[in-house]
Ligand binder design. Structure first.
Ligand code: ADP
Length: 267
């Protein structure tokens, strides 16, 4: 159902011939459309928290001589501003990843270290949801790439696993290393993802349950960032899930000794 955009030039060559020149502009039209969609989505996503912030600020002024209410509104104001900051940060991360689609200074990265970092960053969230994180796997797996970006990707998967899991459940983070492929799997015992949504969860701004996700403060950008980071490293990310049986997200990356410069996108 895609449109094709052709620019056609006509030139007369003498009395008997006409020259027709067709240029295909489909790709640049498609990119324009993607860009317009992105901007429209961003505006939509920012509207809700910005609206909430200004309403809460008004309410705060009106309630100035009622300490309990002031505290309540101030708390919500903090939460909404944090959400706004998170969405903004994710938008910046994603647009950087999309613009550069390359790793500027790839280095050898110790995957155990990335796993430890990402688990540490999720410790507070896990504790407050009473979720236990269990980690294990191949000590010493190394990939070639950008450590902070890989940590962001893994952080997002673990954060989702915690966020979409019931209290008291477990989240597993496992690393295996075989045949030149380092595999990091994040498994949860959460609600799972309906089959019809599995292909779409990596799309920008896609949320399965809009109301629930919005309530939990999700922007729908986390998995899209994961996908871009992993692709920039010459790897892929997959999801296995069944409603009621939890989900497993698997990142696969070429092992450092097997990763050639060519398998990473050129800068
Ligand atoms: P969000 O910021 O909303 O979590 P993501 O891009 O990280 O955005 O995820 C997209 C959607 O995929 C989420 O809104 C959620 O519905 C679903 N999802 C992601 N991870 C999980 C998971 N581990 N279990 C169940 N659903 C998930």
């Amino acid at each position: 159902d895609a449109n094709i955009y052709l620019f056609v030039r006509v030139a007369r060559l003498g009395a008997r011939y006409i020259l027709l020149l067709a240029e295909d502009h489909t790709e640049s039209y498609r990119l324009d459309e993607v860009r317009r969609d992105f901007v429209a989505n961003i505006s939509h996503e920012l509207k809700t928290p910005i609206g909430a912030v200004s309403l809460l600020a008004e309410a705060l002024q009106a309630a100035s001589d009622e300490p309990d209410q002031v505290r309540r509104f101030a708390k919500r104001l903090t939460k909404e501003s944090e959400r706004l900051a998170k969405i903004t940060q994710e938008i910046i991360q994603l647009s950087r990843l999309q613009a550069a689609d390359a790793l500027t200074k790839p280095e050898v990265v110790d995957i155990d270290h990335v796993v430890a970092l990402a688990i540490d960053q999720n410790r507070v969230a896990a504790d407050s949801s009473r979720v236990t994180i269990v980690s294990g796997g191949d000590a010493g797996a190394e990939v070639y790439g950008d450590e902070p970006l890989l940590a962001v990707a893994l952080h997002n998967l673990i954060a989702n696993a915690i966020q979409y899991s019931p209290k008291g459940s477990r989240v597993g983070v496992g690393v295996t290393n075989a045949d030149g492929i380092v595999e990091i799997a994040v498994t949860d015992q959460g609600a799972g993802i309906p089959e019809e949504d599995l292909d779409r969860v990596f799309e920008r701004f896609y949320r399965i349950d809009q109301a629930r996700s919005r309530h939990t403060g999700g922007s729908g950008l986390g998995l899209s960032i994961v996908k871009h980071v992993v692709q920039n490293h010459g790897g892929d990310v997959r999801v296995w899930s069944q409603v009621g049986n939890g989900s497993t997200f698997t990142i696969r990356l070429p092992e450092a000794s097997h990763a050639s410069q060519a398998s990473l996108k050129e800068a």
